[in-house]
Design a protein around this ligand. Structure first.
Ligand SMILES: Nc1ncnc2c1ncn2[C@@H]1O[C@H](COP(=O)(O)OP(=O)(O)O)[C@@H](O)[C@H]1O
Ligand SMILES: [Mg+2]
Length: 509
């Protein structure tokens, strides 16, 4: 039979298949690649498969001892025999789903017959099959296809997402690409607000004029962040003083309420020092209560986070189609970072419930530090906020994107609510096992593929796509912050700068 140009190969019968879940085909065309989607027309309809791996074989080289023996005598098998005529290549495929005679996508319940032709899949069919959305977020191209992977915004954000991978594999880069896509959306398509908890100052580049996003970006310098005392309820303040005793708490609540009332009448703002003064100067409070209470308050004061007014305001944090980068890179105190993330995260969520702010996406870098699985609640103030949004956020249009290089340490409560996982390279066997357990729909073959992904390559599993897909993340348009640069780049720039300085001095002399 003559080979039609578009035919990829023919289903073969092997020791293990074809089955309803797997089939193999011998290649007629060398254009087949790992990760590629293919179709097979069967009796039941159109079966869609994806190539999980490809092997090449050649009878002439099957027996190692014969090859060794032959070549030992100075002859080459390749030169003496028509070996290339005997080479063949087999692609192993996962059978993913079947379009039945009514063109409905159903589970495949019968294996394709050996001898059936394997054909390339039409692009439109592939898009429909994966559940891509023309109006969605373009994060790159599908591996092995010249198709943009436009992920539906609803499907990606409605039920939260997580980006999980080792350091240096492109998590923050991908997050930046996602942010660009969100910022570039037109009003008609619906634009959520984007807030990033930026632990390393990697997203500040969005504010650079040359990047093209500066008009839509506000960088909030961590050192300038303040929580206005008036806006803080006694309960919230007590949450930040986990060691506080019941009695001390009652005293504090009383004092805060009195101060609040008094200053409201006078329309005078107050700070934490006013709270401290009012307690210190009250002789009716017993010393054994006063001492520790003042101590805790001083310790909070030393974080320099409570002030007379709040910065940033809700308006500065969340606007449709705008990005707020909370830059925590200059803050050393973990406690302070926890307070900031806990306070502003909760505030955003509350405001969202009352529809005071648009739907938002909160991206949390190093999320295992803010919502760890283990660790005392008194050290991790932000965890309840994150788990609450994880559990309840979707009803209100509050979405999370948890980014982590230590998924094992990330709260399982929070992670299990992230219905889309974008996984980049992971090689640590513990992390691989954990991902296998927590990400639905990943098989062994995919787990092993995760270990070999290259920087900028990702696998998307879960809600966002009907089937797991491999994607090559596109180039970013925004400016990369210099803070996120590699040591190589920083070292090179350092020397270049020194060199230039030297030249400048010489020129001057
Ligand atoms: N899709 C990509 N295209 C080009 N370069 C990339 C891509 N993804 C990552 N990189 C580069 O790889 C390096 C590490 O990426 P980064 O996002 O900082 O990793 P992570 O956040 O996982 O530690 C950066 O220098 C970045 O520019
Ligand atoms: Mg990063």
């Amino acid at each position: 039979m003559e080979k039609t140009p578009e035919e990829l190969g023919t289903v073969v019968s092997t020791i293990d298949g074809p089955t309803t879940a797997y089939f193999s085909f011998v290649l007629k065309s060398d254009s087949v690649r790992k990760g590629q989607f293919v179709k097979v027309e069967t009796e039941d309809g159109i079966l869609i498969g994806s190539v999980s791996d490809i092997t090449r074989a050649n009878r002439y080289f099957e027996r190692a001892e014969s090859v060794a023996e032959y070549e030992r005598n100075g002859s080459r098998v390749m030169e003496s025999f028509p070996t290339t005529d005997w080479e063949y290549t087999i692609a192993n495929c996962r059978a993913l789903g079947l379009y039945n005679k009514e063109n409905l996508l159903v589970r495949n319940l019968f294996p394709p017959a050996p001898g059936t032709k394997v054909l390339p899949i039409e692009i439109e069919r592939l898009k429909g099959f994966l559940g891509l959305d023309e109006k969605g977020l373009n994060i790159g191209k599908l591996a092995a296809h010249d198709v943009e992977s436009k992920i539906s915004l609803n499907r990606l954000l409605q039920k939260h997402m997580a980006i999980l991978a080792m350091s240096g594999t492109g998590k923050s880069y991908l997050a930046s690409v996602l942010i660009e896509e969100l910022l570039d959306r037109s009003r008609e398509l619906g634009r959520p607000a984007v807030v990033v908890i930026d632990v390393h100052g990697e997203y500040t580049g969005f504010a650079e004029r040359a990047g093209g996003y500066s008009d839509r970006t506000t960088v909030i310098d961590g050192k300038k962040i303040r929580i206005g005392m008036q806006a803080v309820s006694p309960q919230v303040l007590c949450d930040f003083m986990p060691e506080i005793s019941g009695t001390a708490k009652r005293v504090l609540v009383g004092k805060l309420e009195a101060l609040h009332k008094e200053r409201k009448v006078k329309r005078e703002p107050y700070g934490i020092e006013d709270v401290i003064n009012s307690i210190e100067s009250d002789p009716s409070i017993k010393d054994n209560i006063k001492g520790p209470l003042i101590g805790w308050l001083y310790s909070l004061k030393s974080q320099r986070i409570f002030g007379r007014s709040t910065y940033p305001t809700l308006k500065e944090l969340a606007q449709p189609g705008k990005l707020a980068v909370i830059d925590l890179s200059d803050i050393d105190s973990m406690k302070k970072k926890q307070i900031i993330v806990a306070y502003f995260g909760r505030k955003l969520f509350r405001a969202r419930k009352k529809e005071k702010v648009p739907p938002f996406l909160l991206l949390v870098e190093e999320s295992h530090n803010f919502a760890p699985e283990r660790g005392k609640g008194s050290d991790y103030f932000a965890r309840p906020m994150i788990t609450t949004i994880a559990r309840e956020g979707r009803k209100f249009g509050a979405s999370l994107c948890l980014i982590s290089q230590r998924p094992v340490q990330l709260s399982t409560t929070a992670l299990s609510q992230c219905n889309t996982h974008i996984i980049m390279r992971v090689t640590n066997p513990y992390d691989i096992d954990h991902i296998g357990e927590t990400s639905e729909g990943i098989d062994k073959g995919m787990l092993s593929a995760i270990t070999t992904l290259r920087t900028g390559e990702a696998m998307i599993v879960g809600e966002a796509a009907n089937f797991p897909v491999f994607v090559k993340v596109r180039q970013r348009k925004s400016r990369k912050s210099t803070k996120g640069e590699s040591i190589e780049t920083i070292a090179r720039k350092f020397e270049e700068m020194k060199e230039k300085k030297k030249q400048d001095v010489e020129a001057f002399l």
